[in-house]
Design a protein around this ligand. Structure first.
Ligand code: OFO
Length: 169
């Protein structure tokens, strides 16, 4: 059985992951509006991953006999000054999510919830990757801030990565 404290914390993290889905989707739409389809597809693929993160939490809560509460989602931002700022928004958000996951792991330890502690190991490792991926893209985009041609090349490269991921499924 799950404690009320862990139940609440897991519901809040599900909400945070669903907001991540919303944010990536909003950034994807922003890039699509500018016909940077490689970036848009990359952000959309990330959004799908966020939905998977939320669903893992949803199922963990249910498997432990907890009650799922779907909290209201805020509208994410929809405008950015440029590609660098749009990618910076997701990088900043990933850092925030890492902080949340670490705090959640602390709560699970304090509550002696061993099952949730083990469950969260996956998220702790995943956040290393999420931050590194967003950080890499941020630095690439920033370096191309004054090069429309370079940005188009990167867009094409991102489209290729998405296609590779698609064929691997
Ligand atoms: Fe769910 O990892 Fe990104 O936010």
């Amino acid at each position: 059985m799950i404690s009320p404290t862990i139940e609440k914390a897991l519901n809040e993290q599900t909400h945070a992951e669903l907001y991540s889905f919303y944010l990536y989707l909003s950034v994807a739409a922003w890039f699509a509006d500018r016909h940077l389809d490689g970036f848009a597809g990359w952000m959309e693929a990330q959004a799908q991953e966020e939905m998977e993160h939320a669903m893992k939490l949803f199922h963990h809560l249910q498997d432990r006999g907890g009650r799922v509460r779907l909290l209201a989602l805020d509208e994410p931002p929809a405008e950015w000054a440029g590609p660098t700022e749009a990618v910076a928004a997701v990088l900043e958000h990933e850092r925030y999510i890492t902080g949340r996951i670490n705090a959640l792991a602390d709560v699970a330890a304090k509550e002696n919830d061993h099952a949730t502690q083990v469950f969260l190991h996956w998220y702790i490792a995943e956040q290393v990757e999420e931050e590194a991926t967003a950080d890499r893209l941020y630095h690439q985009v920033k370096a191309l801030a004054d090069s429309p041609h370079g940005l188009l090349m990167l867009d094409r490269e991102l489209a290729g990565r998405k296609a590779e991921a698609g064929t691997a499924d």
